[in-house]
Design a protein around this ligand. Sequence first.
Ligand SMILES: C[S@@+](CC[C@H](N)C(=O)[O-])C[C@H]1O[C@@H](n2cnc3c(N)ncnc32)[C@H](O)[C@@H]1O
Length: 233
Amino acid sequence: MNNNIKSFTCRYRKLKKSKQIIFNKYFNLFNINYENKYLNFSDIFDNKLSIIIDIGFGIDNNIINFAMKNVKYNFIGIEVYLPGIINCLQKIIENKIKNLKLIYYDAFFVLKNMIPDYSIKLIQFYFPDPWPKKKHKKRRLLKQDFLKIIFLKLKNNGLLYIITDCQDYKNNIILNIKNINNNNKFMILESNQYNNIYKNLNFYLKKTKFLNKAQIKKKKIYYIEYKKIIISK
Ligand SMILES: C[S@@+](CC[C@H](N)C(=O)[O-])C[C@H]1O[C@@H](n2cnc3c(N)ncnc32)[C@H](O)[C@@H]1O
């Protein structure tokens, strides 16, 4: 499996003192360390609620509102951008959030090595880095190898949800999913074949920097939804 090309670059230099204090105080309380070992969600959350994973939740922390409004789910946020992790930690403390844990590591390896197969209710990406230039497209996270892992990790009826304003990325994701949809253990259905993912969730889409930018530039926003169905034989 090839994922030597990273989907991200390190975009921050030095943390401000106030952020460093938050990091030192709270990181270990809410962070799950990267390990090459499957997680036991019941131990982590002390309950058996379904798990939602948000990949690349960024600095604006939409995941906070989502977790607060959906306490019947447990949330895991995976992010490689430390200021985003620290902002999120601060809001977890301020809002006394109990159903959210963070993993500060590359989501490709987290999903592959830490998430048990057939275990997740929803995996979502809001505005994954589009890497729009031709020479950078190889950095896109939602390539076939990662999509295969994502669908393996979803439960029966588990959902993949992506929001992007990059038409080329959207087309590319749809094509990639079409190409991997040949597994004889499960099939992947497109969104128009079932109801909207957020029907049973209290959905909250905050106006993040990326949503705002897309709206200012009057870009079309694409909502991509897929569902995994296990085939019983
Ligand atoms: C364009 S930003 C979108 C942030 C946020 N979802 C939003 O809508 O405001 C993409 C985020 O994905 C994160 N990211 C990129 N590759 C990642 C990876 N392999 N694992 C975890 N996070 C990643 C980046 O650090 C960045 O914060």
